[in-house]
Design a protein around this ligand. Structure first.
Ligand SMILES: Nc1ncnc2c1ncn2[C@@H]1O[C@H](COP(=O)(O)OP(=O)(O)OP(=O)(O)O)[C@@H](O)[C@H]1O
Ligand SMILES: Cc1ncc(CO)c(CO)c1O
Length: 521
């Protein structure tokens, strides 16, 4: 044993000393010091252990570094007690020091970093992520970045079949429990630490351009007009400018002193009432007319509107639960003066035939006044007008933009809502917001679409549905305005620059942060 030791000592020394030194130093080593073989073997064993521990072991990196460090410490100690090997002492002390730093870093990562992970997420980290080799720092980056913590109130749904788009996210239940049910029947429970997905959902076609489809509705669209672009506010200035797709319109508009920009040209077609009937016939023949909602907007032709009323009647007969949401597009107020931008003979059709069929309507102030024959400039008058509209049929009325009590002068815009549904308490709300100094197009359409979607999601919370609908629109408009200004530089943004940023606002449409609150009246 002692002989072996002497041999191996010479081997260590041979790298750094000459043969004569070697002989010299070996001869100087006292037998007592040579007896420190235990330390040397201990050190070597630790190094061997570091190499041998399987990488699949849970704490492999820690054990590896610790036994490496311990091995080098022992070898350094051995170097210290053995005067013949100062170089061994220095070399191993350095390596041991490096190991020590690494171990300290590990300890810091594993113990201190974990405290920077939100307490509620620590169990998930320990059970799901630590075993995969995620450090707390990586986990923090994950939960702080692409994923987010969502709190659900008691009985608040996580996802609803047919509404929540399938396959857009994967979640892990952190605490509490979720019941999975289908048609009221409980299928199973999801417990903390289990993944939550919507695999049971039938895949819904999602086209991000369509706010409805983003919200999980499947939509069959019939274009009452097929235009190249939005005709915008030219209509409001020109009065009944329908079916005059002519560049002279824009020239005229500017000549009349319009302060806001609009597209100079537009081209396209208006769908004829016969064509509408043909399309409906196709749906009917295939038996695919079981709609939950129908939403109508811009219509430029009296006979088209009359046929539409017939179709709504037919659909309601087939499905008495079907909800008809109508945006009675008639005109708007421009520079304090209201004017119609559809033929005047549409007004009696809307008033006498459409309103009695409609469940929800979204007129602007001018349209509400036309439909009731009453103007309003105060809140109490607005309430009276909404009552008149209820009396004509719709249980839910939203006045999308109004100028009451001098709001316009202060660059503000008011939205009124009223719900008067049998079996429910009557509700009225008011929302007020700053008017953005730009003229957007398509906001009325977006309003009706958002209202339908959020009323569907929150059937028992009218106020919240209105808040979400209007907040979503405001997010879209603020983003649009901001982008348009950047594009326009020092100029005033034009119509093309002010096209609504729908795609960029997908998240705000799906889950709008409520930034505008409604007051109950
Ligand atoms: N300049 C603006 N500043 C702030 N919000 C606006 C502005 N223009 C429109 N909105 C938002 O859009 C919503 C719809 O308003 P808008 O007046 O365009 O509807 P509308 O006149 O009913 O549309 P339609 O042309 O379909 O009749 C408003 O409730 C408001 O939230
Ligand atoms: C052509 C046309 N004219 C007017 C309106 C009402 O904003 C719409 C709906 O946005 C439309 O499409």
């Amino acid at each position: 044993m002692t002989n072996d030791w002497t041999n191996s000592t010479s081997m260590w020394a041979s790298g750094s000393t000459t043969n004569s030194n070697l002989t010299n130093s070996t001869s100087q080593c006292s037998p007592k010091l040579q007896g420190q073989t235990g330390i040397w073997y201990g050190g070597e064993t630790c190094l061997l252990l570091a190499l041998l521990i399987p990488q699949t072991l849970r704490f492999h990196p820690q054990i590896f570094k610790t036994s490496l460090g311990a091995g080098f410490v022992l070898l350094a100690v051995w170097g210290a007690v053995n005067r013949c090997a100062m170089d061994v002492l220095v070399w191993h002390t350095t390596i041991a020091f490096v190991c020590l730093i690494q171990i300290a870093f590990f300890v810091y990562e594993q113990t201190l970093q974990i405290f920077r992970v939100p307490a509620v997420l620590r169990p998930i980290y320990k059970t799901h992520f630590a075993p995969l080799g995620f450090t707390p720092r990586m986990f923090r980056r994950l939960v702080g970045g692409p994923s987010r913590l969502r709190n659900l109130a008691q009985n608040q749904p996580y996802a609803i079949e047919e509404i929540t788009p399938a396959g857009t996210s994967l979640s892990l239940l952190v605490c509490g429990r979720l019941r999975v049910s289908h048609k009221g029947e409980v299928l199973h429970t999801i417990w903390p630490g289990e993944f939550v997905d919507s695999p049971e959902f039938r895949a819904t076609r999602i086209h991000p351009r369509q706010p409805f489809q983003v919200m999980g509705f499947e939509v069959d669209t019939i274009n009452s007009v097929q235009f190249s672009n939005h005709t915008g506010n030219c209509r409001a200035v020109l009065g009944s400018a329908r079916r005059v797709p002519d560049s002279t319109i824009a020239a005229n508009t500017r000549a009349k002193g319009a302060t806001e920009p609009c597209y100079k040209h537009w081209r396209g077609h208006v769908l004829k009432s016969d064509e509408l009937c043909e399309l409906y016939e196709g749906l009917r023949l295939n038996g695919i007319t079981d709609y939950d909602y129908v939403l109508t907007g811009y219509t430029a032709d009296r006979s088209f509107l009359e046929r539409l009323v017939g179709i709504i009647k037919d659909l309601k007969q087939g499905n008495p639960q079907m909800v008809y949401v109508c945006d009675p597009v008639l005109g708007d107020t421009w520079d304090g003066k209201g004017s119609m931008y559809v033929p005047e003979d549409l007004l009696p059709v809307y008033r006498d035939l459409v309103l009695p069929m409609a469940d929800v309507i979204t007129p602007n102030q001018f349209e509400a006044e036309l439909l009731t024959g009453r103007t309003f400039s105060t809140q109490s008058e607005a309430i009276e007008v909404m009552e008149c509209l209820h009396a004509r049929g719709p249980h839910t009325v939203l006045i999308t933009s109004a100028d009451v009590d001098g709001a316009r002068k202060n660059d503000r815009l008011v939205v009124f809502g009223s719900r008067n549904q049998p079996g429910r308490r009557r509700e009225r709300i008011r929302m007020e917001m700053p008017r953005i100094s730009a003229v957007f197009v398509g906001t009325g359409d977006l309003f009706a679409a958002m209202l339908l979607a959020w009323l569907h999601r929150h059937p028992h919370d009218f106020k919240l549905a209105c808040e979400k609908a209007v907040s979503a629109i405001q997010h879209v408009l603020h983003r649009t305005f901001h982008c348009a200004r950047e594009l326009a530089g020092h100029e005033k943004p034009n119509s093309a620059e002010l096209e609504l940023r729908m795609i960029q606002s997908k998240k705000d449409i799906e889950d709008p942060q409520v930034t505008l609150h409604a007051s109950s009246l």
